[in-house]
Design a binder for this molecule. Structure first.
Ligand code: FES
Length: 161
């Protein structure tokens, strides 16, 4: 197979951290409503979007994900009051850290999806998949294990907390 055909056959692998109370239920609703969306995501259900540590996202990218989606409750709807606001703040800081690591910030997306928004969930997944597809395969091979030191990871986690 040539490199061009590899690229043609390539499908983005996207890891989605979904808050149990809203976005995961929205994904469930999309499924039970038979709303179509790209099959490129692999879901990890988390109790709250605020539970997602930025290093989980970096680890996913390092281990082969081409993109990461974090989705939680809309502002004001978080079951833990402000977890989604902490997540949004971390996300903003993580964007800068991704640039520092040489990763396109567009590979990591953040969204709000409620339990009643099955259609919106499908739209978000479609948008994220197309954005990651446009970026191409992740350059994870350039991110050797150990290229980010434990001290740097600790600093990034602390800054994002
Ligand atoms: Fe959904 Fe916090 S419980 S984002």
């Amino acid at each position: 197979m040539t490199e061009a055909s590899d690229r043609e056959n390539w499908e983005p692998k996207i890891l989605a951290f979904l808050c149990n109370w809203c976005s995961y239920a929205g994904a469930d609703l999309a499924g039970t409503s038979r709303i179509q969306y790209p099959p490129n995501i692999r879901v990890i259900r988390v109790p709250c979007s605020g539970r997602v540590n930025p290093m989980h996202i970096v680890a996913a990218l390092r281990q082969g994900a081409d993109g990461v989606l974090v989705s939680g409750c809309h502002p004001g709807d978080c079951h833990y009051l402000a977890g989604n606001m902490f997540a949004r703040r971390r996300f903003a800081l993580l964007q800068r850290y991704l640039i520092y690591l040489g990763i396109e910030p567009g590979r990591v997306q953040f969204s709000w999806v409620s339990a009643s928004e099955g259609g919106r969930f499908a739209e978000v997944v479609t948008e994220v998949t197309e954005q990651v597809r446009a970026l191409g395969p992740s350059k994870r091979l350039n991110m050797r294990a150990g290229s980010v030191s434990a001290a740097e990871e600790a600093t990034a986690t602390e800054a994002a907390s």
